[in-house]
Design a binder for this molecule. Structure first.
Ligand code: NAD
Length: 328
């Protein structure tokens, strides 16, 4: 197929070139949105990532340009109007699980860094400062961790937590019997958030989960709790979280995703004025750690993403069952 791949970086091109099963690929650095959709003229399929926008307006233009297939090279699909795509008869395929461990391990990396402050220790020692002042952390052993969403990534994260000797409390609309049998305690969202030392978000972004962490639910958090979000930025009301950090109620914040990340993440603003007031405020807190959506970014995950993406295209071309189709 003739495929337009949007929001690409050199690493995307390297892996897609290695695992291409014979398709005619054109890489665009630009994201797909209302301004760039004209670039899809002459293509049969598009391949997009987390911060591309496929809303009803974009879909109308994709259909007019003859696009027959949308492949997401990621798991989340909150950026695609799947209902509108289905009405237009354009299948949306995704990579439902490429390496859940990649994201789960990154969530643990955020926890360990925030807790034991290794990022600060690294800089101190490089400057000849061997003081331990203000570097004190806490044992993860016996701590209560709340896991919101126990699908592929949440489950992998629970397995990591078990190794650290944590007490795992979870909330999911579909509790996992296997995890429950391994000692994970399921409760309501409120029960799960209350009294947790660490809360980690692993559910998808949908209307029902948007701003799941807000002024009201933050009140349920234990004073000094740590919040980790490696799922989607929209799960958190950033303004409310900033207030909680300012009031010293929320103790730590680790983010790999951010609601307004589309205009920031994957770009170098090191010599520019950062065009976002909330993230600059977040960066100013000593107990906030932000990475720019790199949870997926391991060799194993990139191989799986490329392999499954081309497998999805091949299934469509060959008229096979579309196992990775996003259903409405
Ligand atoms: P998954 O579909 O396997 O699991 C999601 C789980 O959330 C399911 O068990 C589902 O029942 C549960 N859920 C649905 N609605 C819920 C609700 N209202 N409250 C609580 N739980 C709910 O997905 P996954 O592969 O584990 O991925 C989870 C999310 O991680 C994705 O939606 C994506 O947004 C994000 N993600 C981030 C990165 C990254 O690089 N940071 C990479 C991949 C995925």
């Amino acid at each position: 197929m003739k495929i337009a791949v949007f929001s690409t970086h050199q690493y995307d091109q390297d892996y897609f070139d290695r695992f291409n099963t014979g398709h005619d690929i054109t890489y665009f650095v630009l994201p797909l949105n209302e301004q760039t959709v004209a670039l899809t003229a002459g293509f049969e399929a598009i391949c997009i990532f987390v911060n591309d926008t496929v809303n009803a307006e974009v879909l109308g233009k994709l259909e007019a340009n003859g696009i027959k297939l949308i492949v997401l090279r990621c798991a989340g699909f909150n950026n695609v109007d799947v209902v509108a795509a289905t009405e237009l008869g354009i299948p949306v395929l995704r990579v439902p699980a490429y390496s859940p461990e990649a994201v789960a391990e990154h969530a643990m990396a955020l926890i360990l860094t925030l807790n034991r402050k290794t990022h600060k220790a690294y800089n101190r020692v490089r400057e000849g400062n061997f003081s331990l002042e203000k570097l004190m952390g806490f044992n993860l052993h016996n701590r209560k961790v709340a896991v919101i969403g126990t699908g592929n990534i949440g489950k992998a994260f629970c397995h990591i937590l078990k190794g650290f000797g944590c007490h795992i409390h979870a909330y999911d609309v579909y509790p996992d019997a296997g995890l429950a049998a391994q000692g994970v305690t399921y409760g309501t969202l409120e029960e799960t958030l209350a009294n947790a030392d660490i809360i980690s978000l692993h559910c998808p972004l949908m209307d029902s989960t948007r701003h799941l962490v807000n002024a009201q639910t933050l009140k349920l958090f234990k004073q000094g709790a740590m919040l980790i979000n490696t799922s989607r930025g929209g799960l958190i009301n950033t303004t409310d979280v900033i207030e909680s950090l300012k009031n010293c109620h929320l103790g730590y914040l680790g983010l790999d995703v951010y609601e307004q990340e589309g205009k920031l993440f994957f770009h170098d603003y090191s010599e520019d004025v950062i065009p976002d007031e909330l993230i600059t405020r977040l960066i100013s807190f000593p107990n906030v750690l932000i990475t720019s959506h790199q949870g997926f970014f391991t060799k194993e995950a990139m191989e799986q993403i490329a392999t499954i993406t081309f497998g999805n295209v091949d299934a469509f071309v060959g008229g096979a069952e579309l196992n990775n189709r996003v259903s409405v």
